[in-house]
Ligand binder design. Structure first.
Ligand SMILES: *[C@@H]1O[C@H](CO)[C@@H](O)[C@H](O)[C@H]1NC(C)=O
Ligand SMILES: *[C@@H]1O[C@H](CO)[C@@H](O)[C@H](O)[C@H]1NC(C)=O
Ligand SMILES: *[C@@H]1O[C@H](CO)[C@@H](O)[C@H](O)[C@H]1NC(C)=O
Length: 306
């Protein structure tokens, strides 16, 4: 995240003042300014950044959806965003929030929120693409109404693993299984993308329930973006230089972070209670055998330990 090069001069600054200045800077860094981090990319005025960069809204009506993307490309990071999803009858709508690189052998890390009839649960759909290959869906219901308030959706992406979390509870871990021949996203920088669009041919109960345009415009909101991440620019990572500022070089340890036993317990709770689809248990879909990362004995062993 662009650190505001603070002009705290080297002349005698009282330690207390310095502490308060630094505290202010870190709060500002957390709150972010969505204008600095994102560009609205489509939707002809349906996407807006409001309140001096504190809030971003996407909307969808019968003629168009809308979307935005990050100005930065990232190669690894711990990326948080708060979302408040389309409320009421959101059936047929999809709010996608994901990281993706470019091209046919792209990598991608997806959150997609599939709307529903009023009172019926959203589906949080997740997927991971590596070198153009996805088909790694896991889906969840949520333990709260994602339309009533903002909730934090996070991606921890480091060379060993990708962890999807909701309000700090990990729901999915995709481990690096290169040792058994499964490509892992680690060479292609990705941008953050988000969009709100109509997908009523598949989104709600498999396409049975269509978007009711009487409820348009549909709106989803975003706030409090925070990227503790390695940004990529002109072929160089902000983390590769030992001399870069400590904010971008893993001062928080995310570059090697893994799930401790408390987090593993939380993930097991989320998966036991809220997972509604897991490609790794869909034997019918993979008659030639489950994908390698699902049957990696090392990983299953680790999963059994959960
Ligand atoms: C919508 O509600 C139905 C009925 O509760 C549920 O089976 C389904 O998972 C929900 N979500 C979507 C996106 O279809
Ligand atoms: C982070 O920065 C510190 C001090 O600048 C340096 O000692 C350390 O090696 C860096 N770590 C990484 C992972 O680059
Ligand atoms: C199994 O996991 C351990 C610890 O995560 C790792 O050190 C080891 O290389 C793995 N073995 C294989 C065959 O993947």
């Amino acid at each position: 995240m662009a650190s505001s090069s603070s002009s705290v001069s080297s002349t005698s600054v009282s330690p207390m003042l310095l502490v308060s200045v630094l505290a202010t800077i870190s709060v500002v860094a957390f709150a972010g300014n969505l204008n600095q981090d994102f560009d609205i990319t489509w939707g002809d005025g349906r996407a807006k950044i409001l309140n001096n960069g504190d809030l971003l809204t996407l909307s969808l009506d019968k003629s168009s959806g809308s979307g935005f993307q990050s100005k930065n490309e990232y190669l690894f990071g711990k990326i948080d965003m708060q979302l408040k999803l389309v409320s009421g009858n959101s059936a047929g709508t999809v709010t996608a929030y994901y990281l993706s690189s470019q091209g046919t052998t792209h990598d991608e890390i997806d959150f997609e929120f599939l709307g529903n009839l009023t009172g019926d649960p959203y589906i949080l759909h997740t997927n991971v693409f590596s070198q153009g290959k996805g088909n790694r869906e896991q889906q969840f219901h949520l333990w709260f109404d994602p339309t009533a308030d903002f909730h934090t959706y996070s991606i921890l992406w480091n060379p060993q693993r990708i962890i999807f979390s909701v309000d700090g509870t990990p729901i999915r871990e995709f481990k690096n299984s290169e040792a058994i021949g499964v490509p892992f996203p680690k060479n292609q920088p990705m941008r953050i993308y988000s969009s709100l669009w109509n997908a009523d041919d598949w989104a709600t109960r498999g396409g049975l329930i269509k978007t009711d345009w009487a409820n348009a415009p549909f709106t989803a909101s975003y706030q409090k973006f925070n990227a503790d991440a390695c940004t990529w620019s002109s072929g160089t990572s902000s983390c590769s230089s030992q001399t870069t500022s400590s904010t971008s070089n893993n001062s928080a340890g995310w570059l090697s972070q893994e799930l401790d036993s408390t987090s593993q317990d939380k993930m097991k709770w989320a998966q036991d209670n809220y997972m509604i689809y897991n490609y790794c248990t869909d034997a019918k879909r993979f008659p030639q055998g489950l994908p390698a990362e699902c049957t990696n004995t090392n990983i299953s062993y680790n999963a059994m330990k959960l």
